[in-house]
Design a protein around this ligand. Structure first.
Ligand code: SAM
Length: 282
Protein backbone atom coordinates (compact mmCIF):
# COMPACT_ATOMS: atom_id res chain seq x y z
CA UNK A 1 0.00 0.00 0.00
CA UNK A 2 1.54 3.31 -1.08
CA UNK A 3 0.06 5.53 1.56
CA UNK A 4 2.39 8.50 1.81
CA UNK A 5 0.58 11.81 2.15
CA UNK A 6 -2.83 10.13 2.32
CA UNK A 7 -5.70 10.84 4.70
CA UNK A 8 -7.65 7.65 5.47
CA UNK A 9 -11.16 8.11 6.92
CA UNK A 10 -11.59 4.94 8.93
CA UNK A 11 -14.88 3.57 10.31
CA UNK A 12 -14.63 1.79 13.68
CA UNK A 13 -17.13 -0.44 15.57
CA UNK A 14 -20.34 0.96 17.12
CA UNK A 15 -20.24 -1.59 19.93
CA UNK A 16 -19.04 -5.03 18.95
CA UNK A 17 -15.27 -4.83 18.34
CA UNK A 18 -15.46 -7.82 15.98
CA UNK A 19 -17.14 -5.48 13.48
CA UNK A 20 -13.90 -3.70 12.62
CA UNK A 21 -12.88 -4.50 9.06
CA UNK A 22 -9.65 -6.28 8.12
CA UNK A 23 -8.75 -3.28 6.00
CA UNK A 24 -9.33 -0.85 8.89
CA UNK A 25 -6.89 -2.86 11.05
CA UNK A 26 -4.32 -2.88 8.23
CA UNK A 27 -4.62 0.86 7.69
CA UNK A 28 -4.46 1.68 11.41
CA UNK A 29 -1.31 -0.42 11.64
CA UNK A 30 0.29 1.13 8.56
CA UNK A 31 -0.27 4.88 8.99
CA UNK A 32 2.20 7.24 10.65
CA UNK A 33 -0.34 8.83 12.95
CA UNK A 34 -3.99 8.41 14.00
CA UNK A 35 -6.18 11.48 14.47
CA UNK A 36 -8.86 10.56 16.99
CA UNK A 37 -11.94 12.29 18.40
CA UNK A 38 -11.00 11.08 21.89
CA UNK A 39 -7.48 9.70 22.19
CA UNK A 40 -8.24 7.77 25.40
CA UNK A 41 -11.22 6.06 23.84
CA UNK A 42 -9.27 5.15 20.69
CA UNK A 43 -6.34 3.87 22.81
CA UNK A 44 -8.71 1.19 24.13
CA UNK A 45 -9.64 0.12 20.61
CA UNK A 46 -6.02 0.07 19.47
CA UNK A 47 -4.80 -1.97 22.42
CA UNK A 48 -7.53 -4.54 21.70
CA UNK A 49 -5.97 -5.02 18.27
CA UNK A 50 -2.39 -4.74 19.58
CA UNK A 51 -1.75 -1.57 17.60
CA UNK A 52 0.69 1.00 18.96
CA UNK A 53 0.53 4.31 17.18
CA UNK A 54 0.95 8.02 17.81
CA UNK A 55 -2.46 9.63 18.51
CA UNK A 56 -3.52 13.23 17.92
CA UNK A 57 -6.77 14.74 19.21
CA UNK A 58 -9.19 16.06 16.57
CA UNK A 59 -12.56 16.88 18.06
CA UNK A 60 -15.50 19.20 17.52
CA UNK A 61 -13.80 22.10 19.35
CA UNK A 62 -10.37 22.04 17.67
CA UNK A 63 -11.11 20.51 14.28
CA UNK A 64 -9.85 23.43 12.17
CA UNK A 65 -6.70 24.06 14.22
CA UNK A 66 -5.88 20.35 14.48
CA UNK A 67 -6.65 20.09 10.77
CA UNK A 68 -3.91 22.62 9.99
CA UNK A 69 -1.39 20.50 11.92
CA UNK A 70 -2.55 17.38 10.09
CA UNK A 71 -2.20 19.14 6.73
CA UNK A 72 1.45 19.95 7.51
CA UNK A 73 2.09 16.29 8.27
CA UNK A 74 0.25 15.12 5.14
CA UNK A 75 2.09 17.64 2.96
CA UNK A 76 5.36 16.35 4.42
CA UNK A 77 4.40 12.88 3.16
CA UNK A 78 3.04 11.31 6.35
CA UNK A 79 -0.08 9.19 6.24
CA UNK A 80 -2.92 9.86 8.66
CA UNK A 81 -5.94 7.79 9.73
CA UNK A 82 -8.93 9.79 10.97
CA UNK A 83 -11.27 7.99 13.39
CA UNK A 84 -14.16 9.04 15.61
CA UNK A 85 -15.28 7.41 18.87
CA UNK A 86 -17.59 5.01 17.07
CA UNK A 87 -18.82 4.34 13.58
CA UNK A 88 -18.04 6.47 10.56
CA UNK A 89 -16.29 9.84 10.97
CA UNK A 90 -18.35 12.73 9.61
CA UNK A 91 -21.67 10.97 10.32
CA UNK A 92 -22.96 12.98 13.32
CA UNK A 93 -19.31 13.07 14.33
CA UNK A 94 -16.31 15.31 13.61
CA UNK A 95 -14.40 14.63 10.43
CA UNK A 96 -15.98 16.68 7.65
CA UNK A 97 -13.91 19.81 8.37
CA UNK A 98 -10.57 17.98 8.23
CA UNK A 99 -11.63 16.09 5.11
CA UNK A 100 -12.70 19.31 3.38
CA UNK A 101 -9.39 20.97 4.29
CA UNK A 102 -7.46 18.00 2.90
CA UNK A 103 -9.52 17.97 -0.31
CA UNK A 104 -8.97 21.70 -0.77
CA UNK A 105 -5.22 21.23 -0.32
CA UNK A 106 -5.13 18.51 -2.97
CA UNK A 107 -4.41 15.74 -0.45
CA UNK A 108 -5.59 12.23 -1.37
CA UNK A 109 -8.55 11.23 0.84
CA UNK A 110 -9.40 7.53 1.06
CA UNK A 111 -12.53 6.20 2.81
CA UNK A 112 -12.21 2.92 4.69
CA UNK A 113 -15.89 2.02 5.08
CA UNK A 114 -17.34 0.02 7.93
CA UNK A 115 -19.88 0.32 10.76
CA UNK A 116 -22.38 3.15 11.03
CA UNK A 117 -25.46 3.06 13.26
CA UNK A 118 -27.73 4.55 10.58
CA UNK A 119 -26.96 1.76 8.10
CA UNK A 120 -27.05 -0.99 10.73
CA UNK A 121 -30.48 0.21 11.89
CA UNK A 122 -31.86 0.50 8.36
CA UNK A 123 -30.67 -2.99 7.50
CA UNK A 124 -32.64 -4.50 10.39
CA UNK A 125 -35.74 -2.28 10.32
CA UNK A 126 -37.43 -3.96 7.36
CA UNK A 127 -38.87 -0.77 5.91
CA UNK A 128 -39.24 -1.47 2.21
CA UNK A 129 -38.85 1.97 0.67
CA UNK A 130 -36.31 2.98 -1.91
CA UNK A 131 -35.06 6.04 -0.07
CA UNK A 132 -34.31 7.35 3.39
CA UNK A 133 -33.52 10.69 4.92
CA UNK A 134 -30.88 10.68 7.63
CA UNK A 135 -31.52 13.59 9.96
CA UNK A 136 -29.06 12.75 12.76
CA UNK A 137 -29.83 14.39 16.10
CA UNK A 138 -32.96 16.52 16.48
CA UNK A 139 -32.66 19.87 18.28
CA UNK A 140 -32.66 19.55 22.09
CA UNK A 141 -35.31 22.23 22.70
CA UNK A 142 -38.97 21.18 22.43
CA UNK A 143 -40.26 23.89 20.10
CA UNK A 144 -37.24 23.66 17.75
CA UNK A 145 -37.55 19.88 17.75
CA UNK A 146 -41.23 20.02 16.84
CA UNK A 147 -40.51 22.56 14.08
CA UNK A 148 -37.78 20.29 12.66
CA UNK A 149 -40.17 17.34 12.72
CA UNK A 150 -43.01 19.36 11.17
CA UNK A 151 -40.75 20.18 8.24
CA UNK A 152 -40.28 16.42 7.66
CA UNK A 153 -43.91 15.38 8.23
CA UNK A 154 -44.83 14.87 4.57
CA UNK A 155 -41.60 13.26 3.48
CA UNK A 156 -42.36 10.06 1.57
CA UNK A 157 -39.07 8.40 2.46
CA UNK A 158 -38.02 6.70 5.72
CA UNK A 159 -36.84 9.19 8.34
CA UNK A 160 -33.81 8.22 10.43
CA UNK A 161 -32.81 9.98 13.64
CA UNK A 162 -30.10 9.55 16.26
CA UNK A 163 -31.25 10.14 19.83
CA UNK A 164 -29.76 10.32 23.29
CA UNK A 165 -31.36 8.30 26.12
CA UNK A 166 -32.38 11.35 28.18
CA UNK A 167 -34.35 12.79 25.26
CA UNK A 168 -35.88 9.68 23.73
CA UNK A 169 -39.23 9.94 25.58
CA UNK A 170 -39.82 13.56 24.56
CA UNK A 171 -38.69 12.89 21.01
CA UNK A 172 -41.04 9.99 20.35
CA UNK A 173 -43.90 11.97 21.88
CA UNK A 174 -43.17 14.92 19.57
CA UNK A 175 -42.85 12.55 16.61
CA UNK A 176 -46.30 11.11 17.33
CA UNK A 177 -47.79 14.62 17.56
CA UNK A 178 -46.17 16.00 14.40
CA UNK A 179 -45.72 13.00 12.08
CA UNK A 180 -48.89 11.07 13.03
CA UNK A 181 -49.46 8.46 15.75
CA UNK A 182 -50.36 5.72 13.26
CA UNK A 183 -46.97 5.72 11.54
CA UNK A 184 -44.70 2.83 12.48
CA UNK A 185 -41.59 3.64 14.50
CA UNK A 186 -38.62 1.29 14.67
CA UNK A 187 -36.60 1.67 17.84
CA UNK A 188 -33.07 0.35 17.25
CA UNK A 189 -31.24 0.40 20.57
CA UNK A 190 -27.72 -0.69 21.54
CA UNK A 191 -26.99 -2.18 18.11
CA UNK A 192 -24.31 -4.87 18.08
CA UNK A 193 -24.15 -4.80 21.90
CA UNK A 194 -25.40 -7.10 24.66
CA UNK A 195 -28.77 -5.40 25.08
CA UNK A 196 -29.50 -4.87 21.40
CA UNK A 197 -33.23 -4.29 20.89
CA UNK A 198 -35.13 -3.73 17.66
CA UNK A 199 -38.79 -3.03 18.25
CA UNK A 200 -41.49 -1.79 15.87
CA UNK A 201 -44.73 -0.15 17.00
CA UNK A 202 -47.07 2.74 16.10
CA UNK A 203 -45.66 6.12 17.15
CA UNK A 204 -48.72 6.72 19.35
CA UNK A 205 -47.71 3.78 21.56
CA UNK A 206 -43.96 4.47 21.68
CA UNK A 207 -43.71 6.63 24.80
CA UNK A 208 -45.80 4.25 26.90
CA UNK A 209 -43.76 1.26 25.68
CA UNK A 210 -40.48 2.96 26.62
CA UNK A 211 -41.90 3.96 30.02
CA UNK A 212 -43.05 0.42 30.81
CA UNK A 213 -39.45 -0.58 31.57
CA UNK A 214 -36.68 1.92 32.44
CA UNK A 215 -34.12 -0.36 30.75
CA UNK A 216 -35.81 0.34 27.41
CA UNK A 217 -34.71 3.99 27.74
CA UNK A 218 -31.03 3.17 28.29
CA UNK A 219 -28.16 3.23 25.83
CA UNK A 220 -27.85 4.49 22.28
CA UNK A 221 -30.79 4.88 19.92
CA UNK A 222 -31.57 5.07 16.25
CA UNK A 223 -35.22 5.93 15.58
CA UNK A 224 -36.72 5.20 12.17
CA UNK A 225 -40.14 6.38 11.03
CA UNK A 226 -41.88 4.82 8.06
CA UNK A 227 -42.64 7.19 5.16
CA UNK A 228 -45.76 9.37 5.07
CA UNK A 229 -48.53 8.15 2.77
CA UNK A 230 -48.35 10.29 -0.39
CA UNK A 231 -51.10 12.90 -0.51
CA UNK A 232 -54.03 12.06 -2.79
CA UNK A 233 -53.90 14.21 -5.90
CA UNK A 234 -57.72 14.47 -5.75
CA UNK A 235 -60.30 13.45 -8.31
CA UNK A 236 -60.55 15.22 -11.65
CA UNK A 237 -64.05 16.61 -12.27
CA UNK A 238 -66.04 15.72 -15.39
CA UNK A 239 -65.43 19.04 -17.16
CA UNK A 240 -61.65 18.87 -16.65
CA UNK A 241 -61.66 15.29 -17.94
CA UNK A 242 -63.66 16.33 -21.02
CA UNK A 243 -61.15 19.11 -21.82
CA UNK A 244 -58.22 16.76 -21.25
CA UNK A 245 -59.68 14.11 -23.57
CA UNK A 246 -60.19 16.70 -26.34
CA UNK A 247 -56.66 18.01 -26.02
CA UNK A 248 -55.16 14.53 -25.83
CA UNK A 249 -56.74 13.69 -29.15
CA UNK A 250 -54.79 16.54 -30.78
CA UNK A 251 -51.60 17.06 -28.76
CA UNK A 252 -48.72 15.16 -27.13
CA UNK A 253 -49.46 14.12 -23.54
CA UNK A 254 -47.33 16.71 -21.71
CA UNK A 255 -48.67 19.60 -23.76
CA UNK A 256 -52.26 18.40 -23.36
CA UNK A 257 -51.85 18.16 -19.58
CA UNK A 258 -50.32 21.63 -19.38
CA UNK A 259 -53.07 23.23 -21.44
CA UNK A 260 -55.81 21.34 -19.58
CA UNK A 261 -54.32 22.55 -16.28
CA UNK A 262 -54.32 26.17 -17.52
CA UNK A 263 -57.87 25.94 -18.84
CA UNK A 264 -59.57 24.04 -16.01
CA UNK A 265 -57.40 24.92 -12.96
CA UNK A 266 -57.52 21.22 -11.97
CA UNK A 267 -54.44 19.79 -10.21
CA UNK A 268 -51.65 19.10 -12.73
CA UNK A 269 -50.59 15.84 -11.04
CA UNK A 270 -54.14 14.52 -11.11
CA UNK A 271 -54.53 15.42 -14.79
CA UNK A 272 -51.17 13.85 -15.57
CA UNK A 273 -52.16 10.58 -13.84
CA UNK A 274 -55.47 10.56 -15.69
CA UNK A 275 -53.78 11.28 -19.01
CA UNK A 276 -51.43 8.36 -18.49
CA UNK A 277 -54.27 5.97 -17.70
CA UNK A 278 -56.29 7.19 -20.73
CA UNK A 279 -53.29 6.64 -23.00
CA UNK A 280 -52.69 3.18 -21.58
CA UNK A 281 -56.35 2.27 -22.12
CA UNK A 282 -56.20 3.21 -25.82
N1 SAM B 1 -20.45 8.22 13.69
C1 SAM B 1 -21.44 7.38 14.28
C2 SAM B 1 -22.08 6.49 13.21
O1 SAM B 1 -21.49 6.37 12.11
O2 SAM B 1 -23.11 5.93 13.43
C3 SAM B 1 -22.46 8.18 15.06
C4 SAM B 1 -21.90 8.97 16.19
S1 SAM B 1 -23.07 9.91 17.09
C5 SAM B 1 -22.05 10.94 18.05
C6 SAM B 1 -23.63 8.79 18.31
C7 SAM B 1 -25.09 8.39 18.09
O3 SAM B 1 -25.17 7.38 17.10
C8 SAM B 1 -25.75 7.79 19.33
O4 SAM B 1 -26.26 8.79 20.18
C9 SAM B 1 -26.85 6.97 18.72
O5 SAM B 1 -27.94 7.78 18.35
C10 SAM B 1 -26.15 6.44 17.45
N2 SAM B 1 -25.48 5.18 17.75
C11 SAM B 1 -24.16 4.96 17.81
N3 SAM B 1 -23.91 3.66 18.13
C12 SAM B 1 -25.10 3.07 18.27
C13 SAM B 1 -25.52 1.75 18.61
N4 SAM B 1 -24.64 0.80 18.88
N5 SAM B 1 -26.85 1.49 18.65
C14 SAM B 1 -27.74 2.44 18.38
N6 SAM B 1 -27.41 3.71 18.08
C15 SAM B 1 -26.11 4.02 18.02
Amino acid sequence: MNHSGTLYVVATPIGNLQDITLRAVDVLKAVDVIAAEDTRHTSGLLSHFAIQKKLLAVHEHNERKAGEQLLLRLQAGESVALVSDAGTPGVSDPGAVVVAMAQAAGIKVVPVPGPSAVIAALSAAGIATPGFRFHGFLPAGGSQRRAALQALAESVVTLVFYEAPHRVLDSVQDMAATLGGERVLTIARELTKTFETIHRLPLAEARAWLEEDANRQRGEFVLLVEPATPKETGPVDAEAERVLRLLLAELPLKQAVKLATDITCAKKNALYELALSLKQAE
